[in-house]
Ligand binder design. Structure first.
Ligand code: NAP
Length: 263
């Protein structure tokens, strides 16, 4: 899985989203993250088709929304997603949240069937705590490839990172720029100034140093390019330590159906 992807939540103006995806792929991105709930799978598909990049070279991920998690709805909604995306497979299909119609036995059996038929190349989960991943592993024949969760220097997800390292699970950081708020943190801006780069790049490079894939959402050329350039930013051990020492905590995404432990 390419360690930097393009996020697309709220990139919901059709033509703009097509253009963002096309621009990112032609600039060098090879991973695009969408979801049924973002209502832009058709634009993402058009962007991939418009780019001068082969579909097979793009790592495409989507997510099944909480109201589509019965076995029947998983199959029907994924078929609709593929139609919208203009492809006959996705590289990664996530359960968007362990909520709504999610039933580990029923939902994951449908994911196993999609995996066995080659419709999805990997099974992912999102917003899962270790206990939810454990339960998913008990029900699935396919491996759980990745857990996509909110992660940035103000939500470092230490427990989840330890669990992922121990059990061979990839982590994908969503809202890796704290939804644009990384620019307000004095440590991140200080490290950014020392390198002459943006605080966005520092947050993305810190996550990469932790072995975590990031999917920052960016709409126009400038942000798309800035985030791509994070791949050439190396942070020193001292800088990583200073960022690790940030002790403010802030979670941006906490809907009322989130796991209870999120408080
Ligand atoms: P984010 O990527 O942390 O931040 C996006 C915001 O930062 C946008 O306002 C964007 O503006 C701005 N931005 C991007 N690059 C910038 C740069 N280099 N300099 C300054 N500003 C910059 O937030 P997110 O969209 O919440 O998370 C990223 C992706 O994760 C989503 O798009 C989605 O694909 C996924 N996600 C998944 C879940 C889940 O439940 N699994 C939840 C949330 C998000 P512009 O748009 O104007 O460029």
């Amino acid at each position: 899985m390419p360690m930097l992807g393009l996020g697309t939540w709220e990139n919901d103006d059709h033509d703009q989203c097509v253009e963002s995806v096309r621009t990112a792929l032609e600039m060098g991105y090879r991973h695009v993250d969408t979801a049924q709930a973002y209502r832009n799978e058709d634009a993402v598909g058009e962007g991939i088709a418009a780019a001068d990049v082969d579909r097979e070279d793009v790592f495409l991920a989507t997510k099944v929304w909480t109201s589509n998690l019965s076995a029947e709805d998983v199959h029907a909604s994924v078929e609709d997603s593929l139609d919208r995306l203009g492809t006959d497979y996705v590289d990664l299909l996530y359960v968007h949240w362990p909520a709504g119609d999610y039933d580990p036995g029923e939902t994951l059996q449908a994911f196993d069937e999609l995996y066995d038929s080659g419709t999805i190349e990997r099974v992912g989960v999102s917003n899962f705590e270790p206990e939810h991943v454990e339960t998913a592993r008990e029900h699935l024949d396919a491996p759980v490839f990745a857990n996509q969760v909110e992660m940035h220097p103000l939500l470092p997800q230490t427990e989840l990172r330890e669990y992922a390292a121990e059990t061979g699970l990839e982590l994908v950081a969503y809202s890796p720029l704290k939804r644009g708020e990384v620019f307000d943190d004095p440590t991140l801006t200080a490290v950014a100034d020392e390198h002459g780069v943006s605080a966005a790049q520092v947050s993305l490079a810190w996550l990469r140093e932790k072995g975590v894939t990031t999917i920052p959402k960016a709409t126009g050329d400038e942000h798309i390019r800035d985030n791509l350039e994070s791949l050439s930013l190396s942070l020193s051990d001292d800088e990583i330590g200073r960022i690790d020492d940030i002790d403010s905590r802030d979670r941006q995404v906490h809907p009322d159906f989130a796991p209870e432990a999120w408080g």
